[in-house]
Design a protein around this ligand. Structure first.
Ligand SMILES: [Zn+2]
Length: 316
């Protein structure tokens, strides 16, 4: 029974008493439903506008549906990094066709989160081999919990599961560009990888970087604040002064902005750790406003200051 039919069924008060009789079986037989956060994301994704940004060395970015997507077109077919929200398929296809007529042959996932993998199934159906870190495949293949959103995610459909995986690092040369990929230590999740387009000098960091905003950190699947700081140091080590950096969310950026993000994370971690060591509760830390100087900018995006402080507090 779907959620909708059950709801309309229970809408009649005369049959509510009967609900208790079938409820245990219904719950037992029921598959895990998509959580609210995905349903809302898909609703927004259906009308999302996709902006295309030409970067360098043949690499483009598509922005507007879930996490930022990278595209490398060429004679060996288009290579994509992340697949956006499934309901944005028409707009994403339109944007891809405006770049070139090359078919899609490769999709790389930066990590398992739905806003980076929801489009996997359709992209695979039109010919893309899905590449990811092996833990990403493992998480997409089974039910996942995300406590911060109080959400349970069903396993992804078969066509959405990565078919080519690696452990720590891998390398592919496609369309004349070397794609160097490597696994971060647990940071935003435990499935994060970066993709560096070597000749183009373009780095996709996945969600280890939210450009200009406090990041989400998914402790339920291995993420933590110290890992985020370590990943940011890794990104700073990979990037040169001219590297174009594609964050998981937020505008395309550069090393200077990435350095600022690093400094914000370190400042926040240290300030919260000091208060926690003094025995302060999370509520006390929040009201002390330890990150006040960044809150009006970094707290105006995906994570408000209170939520972000909670994520930091959990890890120090
Ligand atoms: Zn994410």
């Amino acid at each position: 029974m779907t959620m909708i039919s059950r709801r309309s069924f229970l809408g009649s008060s005369a049959v509510v008493a009967g609900a208790a009789l079938f409820a245990p079986q219904a719950v037992f037989a029921q598959e895990v439903q998509q959580p609210e956060v995905v349903l809302n994301g898909r609703k927004t994704g259906a009308t999302a506008k996709i902006a295309t940004q030409k970067l360098r060395g043949g690499v483009y970015a598509l922005m507007g549906s879930g996490g930022n997507i990278a595209v490398l077109p060429g004679p060996q077919g288009k290579v994509l990094v992340d697949s956006g929200i499934s309901t944005s398929r028409p707009q994403i296809l339109e944007a891809l066709n405006a770049i070139s007529a090359d078919p899609m042959t490769h999709l790389i996932n930066t990590h398992w989160h739905y806003d980076h993998t929801d489009g996997n199934e359709w992209m695979h159906s039109v010919g893309a081999t899905i590449v990811a870190q092996e833990k990403c495949k493992e998480r997409l293949s089974s039910v996942q919990q995300m406590k911060a959103f109080n959400a349970t995610f069903p396993a992804a459909p078969k066509g959405a599961i990565p078919t080519k995986t690696f452990g720590e690092k891998d390398r592919m040369k496609l369309n004349g560009v070397t794609l160097s990929m490597a696994h971060y230590e647990p940071a935003h999740t435990d499935t994060d990888i970066w993709i560096y387009f070597v000749e183009a000098d373009v780095l996709h960091t996945g969600d280890t970087w939210f450009n200009g905003f406090y990041p989400f950190i998914d402790y339920s699947t291995g993420g933590n604040i110290n890992g985020m700081i370590k990943a940011t140091k890794q990104n700073l080590a990979t990037a040169g002064p001219d590297t174009i950096i594609i964050p998981g969310h937020g505008p395309i950026g550069n090393k200077k902005q990435l350095q600022e993000f690093h400094d914000v994370l370190v400042y926040s971690r240290d300030a919260v750790a000091t208060l926690k060591q003094q025995g302060k509760t999370l509520a006390e830390v929040v009201s002390a406003k330890p990150t006040e100087k960044y809150d009006s900018t970094y707290g105006a995006g995906f994570m408000n200051p209170e939520t972000f402080l909670g994520l930091v507090y959990q890890g120090v």
